[in-house]
Design a binder for this molecule. Structure first.
Ligand code: ARG
Length: 303
């Protein structure tokens, strides 16, 4: 079943909530600054009952849909990679301190209805590391502003922002969302750096990947699946999803960079997959109408 995407008229994507411009070398984000970031928790057996452990990041792109890394579907178990059952995931939006429950008044959680990895992804490889998460229930896009999706094949240059709850320079996962600005590095430069560093030779930098970072500025373990985004000057600085945190070789080292899945390589697949799995409601990057219409219109039916 194919459903054309619906672009709502009353919301915009990619608008930061507070307009100021660990991750390693980062600083605390402002609460709700990036309203599209989600924390992916997994339920683990504990002493008594269960606990939810922070597992990955993700980005909200439509009412029910998030983008994350395909490798977030797995956990290390007995020395190998085991698939995590859907029931064990919990997606939290509006979070700021992942070690506290409900410390913001907009914190909400959802279950996962579908986790769709890019079909060519293999858990033993590093490329095609992208996936879509479909929530069991939609969220209000006026509160949880989704990030804007780039067009097919868009190339981003310059400085981008990456943010997450992963490890900081102390090697600890951070409680509060951290953000850092990283320069995007050309794939050719990145390949050269990979060759000169200790990166295993089978970890090739392919066209579906991109690199970013510099000494002391990088994503790190635990930031996986989370967004790297950029406020585009041509689009009133609305944020577009440029990359998905995928892998690295240590963190923030001199010889190498952080590696991300290149979102513009996958947008056609993203659109198609949402369309064939119940459809999606988006916000576009600008308000089309001054008044807030109650109706929703279909703007771009896909082929
Ligand atoms: N795979 C890592 C994770 O599980 C992400 C590593 C990103 N590393 C980096 N140096 N940029 O979170």
């Amino acid at each position: 079943m194919f459903k054309a995407p619906v672009y709502r008229k009353d919301c915009v994507c990619g608008k930061k909530k507070y307009n100021v411009d660990r991750v390693v070398g980062g600083e605390d984000a402002i609460q709700n600054e990036f309203p599209w970031i989600a924390a992916v928790f997994k339920k683990d057996p504990a002493h008594r009952g269960w606990v939810h452990n922070y597992h990955c990041g993700a980005s909200l792109i439509a009412t029910k849909w998030l983008v994350t890394a395909a490798h977030c579907r797995y956990e290390k178990w007995d020395g190998s990679l085991a698939k995590i059952e859907l029931e064990r995931f919990l997606i939290v939006l509006g979070d700021h301190n992942v070690k506290r429950r409900k410390e913001t008044d907009i914190e909400i959680s959802r279950n996962v209805e579908q986790f769709i990895a890019y079909p060519r992804y293999k858990k033993t490889k590093y490329n095609y590391d992208i996936a879509l998460i479909k929530l069991d229930k939609g969220v209000n896009l006026l509160v949880y502003t989704p990030v804007c999706l780039p067009g097919d094949g868009w190339i981003f240059r310059g400085r981008s922002q990456v943010y997450g709850w992963g490890r900081d320079e102390s090697g600890m996962n951070s409680a509060f969302l951290q953000k850092v600005t990283v320069p995007i590095v050309d794939n050719r430069v990145c390949r050269g750096a990979a060759m000169r560093s200790t990166v295993e030779k089978n970890r090739e930098i392919t066209d579906d990947m991109m690199c970013a970072g510099k000494v002391g500025k990088d994503a790190c373990r635990g930031d996986s699946g989370g967004p790297m985004s950029m406020g585009l000057p041509h689009f009133r600085r609305h944020h577009f999803l440029v990359g998905v945190v995928s892998w690295g070789e240590g963190c923030a080292k001199t010889e190498f960079f952080g590696v991300y899945s290149r979102v513009s390589y996958f947008v056609d697949w993203i659109q198609e997959t949402m369309a064939t799995n119940g459809g999606a409601r988006f916000c576009s990057y600008r308000k089309k109408y001054r008044r807030r219409p109650r109706v929703e219109v279909t703007l771009i039916p896909l082929e």
